[in-house]
Design a protein. Sequence first.
Length: 126
Amino acid sequence: MVLIIGGAYQGMLEYAMEKTHYRSTDVYNCTRDKVDIDFSKRIINNVDELCYACLKADRNPVKYMAARRSKWAKSVIILNDISCGLVPMDPTDRAYRESVSRMAMYLVSEADAVIRVFAGLGKRLK
């Protein structure tokens, strides 16, 4: 699995599509409303949104992904880094931020390669 991380609107999806030559039909976009992922897609985008959906459904997002590891082992996974900036005052937002950080740590440990994208430029970290 290749993990691509970076801040919002830094061009991570575009970077992934350019490097892999995958098309928009190969992308699954996670949302805050749906826990289930279509793992048949080659790129799983916005996994941070999956964390939010899992929290709303009272599910552990890392356990959700770990239980399905074989389904995404050859995917490109994109995760927005939301760890910078002020810690939110709202308890739900803090729990969301923590779950995204825990998801990042888990995915980094499972990844064959980790690439950080800033302003469309990728830097391999692992």
